[in-house]
Design a protein around this ligand. Structure first.
Ligand code: SF4
Length: 318
């Protein structure tokens, strides 16, 4: 067992347990947008969302789904001698399209080395109809399906501030609905949004744990150029948490998170040329190391404070 396995449940271990070896994600970039950008829900998008969404590492969306898979697979296979892959529909809102087109895109991503398909979307963009299509694909093609939901904060005041265009209720609805179809759920969170404090961090961990989701991807807030957040930053209307504060928030979050939830990421990765601020000018892996060292020093570990479920106030009564 490596040092950090004792500290938190790493996604790489989760995949190894599930698939028997290391599995790599292949990003797919579809030519689509998001209801929070095209006027359906809003026009401005989330205040941190850049013009390319999160697709910094993706290939052009002009390439077909199967070409993107083939090109990325070839590259990763050569670099890491990889054998098994996850087709990752990453950028923007991947269920925001007619259901037939969605079905075709998902099926086009499948080949005999794809063991899982991960679909990233908004909580207000997943419905029973789309989940039924995915369930049929899962059965027909013998491939696992997982859904990634952006939430970022459980504080509904903060959700308004960042212009998410949905509240906590839509997220809870999406999770309960997806669970009925038995797909794994990953949730994306930003622990250092300027309007959130440690109380929000703890409440986030508790809500995600009681909803029994499967994975979490943590993002440290970065400021992409040409975003509403960049305007606030340039006008000095927001103050950013320090690196030490971020590290404390991550450690506290992990302590309150159920030990069975796998952690996909602890720190954001964004190219310096696309951002005004990212990770306190420190590489993501150095911050990850700092988190792990501090957890060791404090005898901290994932789930250490996950004692709030199942009638915690009556647990002492015999
Ligand atoms: S929901 Fe996602 S794609 Fe849409 S504006 Fe927000 S971050 Fe961007």
């Amino acid at each position: 067992m490596t040092k950090d396995n004792r500290l938190y449940y790493k996604y790489s271990d989760y995949l190894r347990n599930k698939y028997g070896e290391k599995v790599y994600k292949l990003p797919i970039n579809l030519d689509l947008t998001c209801p929070n950008r095209d006027g359906c829900v809003g026009l401005e998008g989330c205040i941190f969302c850049s013009e390319v969404g999160t697709g910094f590492e993706s290939l052009s969306n002009k390439l077909s789904v199967s070409s993107q898979i083939e090109k990325n697979m070839l590259y990763i296979e050569k670099k890491y001698k990889a054998q098994k892959f996850i087709a990752y529909f990453q950028n923007f809102t991947n269920t925001y399209m007619p259901i037939k087109e969605f079905e075709k895109a998902v099926i086009d991503s499948i080949n005999n080395r794809i063991v899982e398909i991960a679909i990233s979307t908004r909580p207000d963009c997943i419905s029973d109809s789309y989940l039924e299509v995915l369930k049929k694909i899962e059965k027909d093609y013998n491939v696992n399906i997982s859904i990634e939901l952006g939430l970022q904060s459980v504080n509904y005041h903060t959700l308004n501030k960042i212009n998410r265009g949905h509240s906590l209720a839509e997220y809870i609805d999406a999770v309960l609905r997806i669970k009925r179809y038995d797909f794994d759920i990953c949730t994306h969170m930003i622990l250092n949004l300027p309007w959130d404090d440690m109380t929000d961090v703890i409440e986030s961990a508790k809500i995600l744990s009681v909803l029994d989701i499967n994975q979490i991807k943590l993002h440290s807030l970065y400021i992409a150029k040409n975003t509403s957040l960049a305007d606030l930053y340039n006008k000095e209307l927001i103050s950013l948490a320090s690196k030490e504060d971020y590290i404390d928030r991550v450690i506290t979050f992990l302590e309150y998170i159920d030990k069975n939830i796998a952690i996909q990421r602890l720190v954001s990765r964004a190219p310096a040329e696309e951002t005004l601020f990212c990770n306190w000018n420190t590489s993501w892996w150095k911050i990850k190391d700092e988190i792990e060292i501090k957890m060791e020093e404090k005898s901290s570990y994932q789930g250490k404070q996950c004692n709030y479920k199942n009638g915690s106030a009556i647990s002492h009564i015999k």
